[in-house]
Design a protein around this ligand. Sequence first.
Ligand SMILES: [Zn+2]
Length: 119
Amino acid sequence: MSARGLCVACWKYERGFGYRKGLRRAVWFCSRDHQVRFVKEFLMVDWTKEEDEMLLQAGKAGGEYLDSIGVTDLGRLNKTQWTMFLRCLVGRLAEVRPDWHRKWEAQIDSDPDDLALPF
Ligand SMILES: [Zn+2]
């Protein structure tokens, strides 16, 4: 059992589902679903197509910002512009991530075999 902390996947209180292999310290989860997700999607596989799609959407937001200021060479951005560019990327990623998370949970719910832990 772990000290009561937060699930690294969703920040709810963890409930004793841990993982440590290959990590400097154990991480904890609220559920088996989030434990499996972390191991499969953050430690054991490359970027998924869905994650790539999220990045492309985030990149589009950054491109829209660059278009709005008329600068396409990132090396020409001043600190304020660079910060705004990064805010656009991260902000769009935060917007699209919940949709991806819902799709992922629906996929897990529809395919219980996908919960087989690979360790
Ligand atoms: Zn969780």
